[in-house]
Design a protein around this ligand. Structure first.
Ligand code: FDA
Length: 308
C-alpha cells in the first residue's frame, strides 16, 4: 500500500496526465465524488445543501503552485467573491486557502500581502480564513506568515492554520500556536515526506494525532480535528468526556464525499462538523491525493462510472 500511495502522489505532479484528466469528460465525471463542481455556483449549491443538514462548510477554490503574480491575484479575487457571497447568502461557511495558490513559491511577500487582505476582508465580514498546509519544505514559511498576519489587529483571530500529525516538529508547533492564540486544524498529513521529517509508520502518526488532539482540547481555543478515522474520533471524544470538555468548544472536519454517514451521525450526537468542499477546474492534484489516501477509491469510482 505505501508503494501505491507514493505512486499516486508522484502522479499528482504529472503535467501530461493532469492536462488530459482536467480537460476530459470522464475525468470530470470521476472526480465529481470528491469535487463539488467546476464553478462557484456549484460550491454554493453544495454548501447550502450541507448547511441544511446542519453541517458547516469550508470552501476551497482549487489551485496550488501558481506560476505568475497575475494568477495569484486571480485566485485571491475568487476568494474575495466567495467571502461576499457567503455573507449575502448567510451561509455557515469559511474559506480554506493554500499559500502556493497566492504566489508563495514566487515571492513569500506577495503571498503574505494577498493573505493579509483576504483575512482583513474575512474579519470585516465576520468570517475566517484557514491556511491549508502543504509539503514540509513550506511548513516554516507558512507558519511564519500566519503568525505575522495574525499579529495585525484587524486580522487577529480571523486566520488559522493546519498542523500535520505525521511531522516530528508538530508538537513544538502546536505549543507555539496555542501560546499565540492561533486556531489549528489538526490532520494526519497528505504529502509524501521522508523519514527524516515525518513518522514513516501509520501507528506513530495515529498516536501523535491523539496526543496533539488532546493538547488542542486542553487549550481554551476553538480548534478542529480533521479526520475520517473513527478510532481517532472515539479517542478524542473519550478524552473530552473524561475532562468535561464540551463538544461546542471544538469541531470535527471531514472532506466532501468521504464518510458522509459518519458526518451526519456526529451531528445527530451533538458534535460540530465542518465539511471541506473543494471546487474549480484545477482539481487534479487534490483528487490524486484522495486516491493516494485510499487506492481502493479507484476501483470504487470505476465501478460507479461503468454502472451509470
Ligand atoms: P486515514 O487515512 O487513516 O483514514 C481513515 C479512514 O477514513 C479510512 O480507513 C477510510 O475509510 C476513510 N478515508 C480516509 N481517506 C479517504 C479517502 N481519500 N477516500 C475514501 N475514504 C477515506 N492534509 C494536509 O496535508 N494538509 C491540509 O491542509 C489538509 N487539510 C485537510 C482538511 C480536512 C477537513 C481533512 C478531513 C483532511 C485534510 N487533509 C490535509 C488530509 C489529511 O492529512 C489526510 O490525508 C486525510 O484526512 C486522510 O486521513 P484520515 O485522518 O482520514 O485517516
Amino acid at each position: 500500500m505505501p508503494a501505491l500511495r507514493s505512486a499516486f502522489i508522484a502522479l499528482s505532479r504529472n503535467r501530461v496526465l493532469r492536462n488530459f484528466c482536467e480537460n476530459s469528460r470522464i475525468g470530470t465525471q470521476l472526480s465529481a465524488r470528491f469535487i463539488a463542481g467546476l464553478e462557484i455556483a456549484d460550491a454554493l449549491r453544495v454548501a447550502e445543501a450541507l448547511n441544511r443538514q446542519e453541517l458547516a462548510v469550508t470552501l476551497d477554490s482549487l489551485g496550488e503552485s501558481v506560476t505568475s503574480e497575475a494568477d495569484a491575484h486571480h485566485a485571491a479575487e475568487i476568494y474575495h467573491q466567495l467571502l461576499d457571497l457567503i455573507t449575502a447568502r448567510k451561509l455557515n461557511a469559511h474559506i480554506s486557502v493554500k499559500l502556493t495558490q497566492l504566489g508563495l513559491e514566487l515571492s513569500p511577500a506577495l503571498a503574505e500581502s494577498i493573505a493579509l487582505s483576504l483575512v482583513r476582508h474575512a474579519q470585516a465580514t465576520g468570517n475566517f480564513v484557514r491556511i491549508d498546509m502543504e509539503d514540509s519544505n513550506l511548513t516554516q514559511v507558512t507558519l511564519d506568515i500566519v503568525r505575522r498576519v495574525h499579529a495585525h489587529s484587524d486580522a487577529r483571530g480571523s486566520i488559522g492554520v493546519v498542523i500535520q500529525a505525521y511531522l516530528y516538529r508538530s508538537q513544538a508547533d502546536v505549543e507555539q500556536l496555542i501560546a499565540d492564540g492561533i486556531r489549528i486544524r489538526l490532520c494526519k498529513g497528505a504529502y509524501k515526506e521522508p523519514p527524516e521529517v515525518a513518522f514513516p509508520d501509520k501507528a506513530d502518526v495515529d498516536s501523535n494525532f491523539i496526543l496533539l488532539g488532546c493538547m488542542l482540547l486542553d487549550s481554551s481555543i476553538h480548534h478542529a480535528l480533521a479526520t475520517h478515522d473513527e478510532a481517532m474520533i472515539a479517542a478524542i471524544n473519550a478524552y473530552a468526556q473524561q475532562h468535561q470538555i464540551v463538544p461546542s468548544s471544538f469541531e470535527f472536519q471531514m472532506l466532501y464525499g468521504i464518510k458522509r454517514d459518519l458526518q451526519r451521525k456526529l451531528v445527530r450526537e451533538g458534535y460540530n462538523v465542518r465539511v471541506y468542499v473543494p471546487f474549480g477546474r484545477d482539481w487534479y492534484p487534490y483528487f490524486m491525493r484522495r486516491l493516494a489516501e485510499r487506492p481502493a477509491n479507484i476501483l470504487f469510482l470505476a465501478k460507479n462510472y461503468f454502472r451509470s
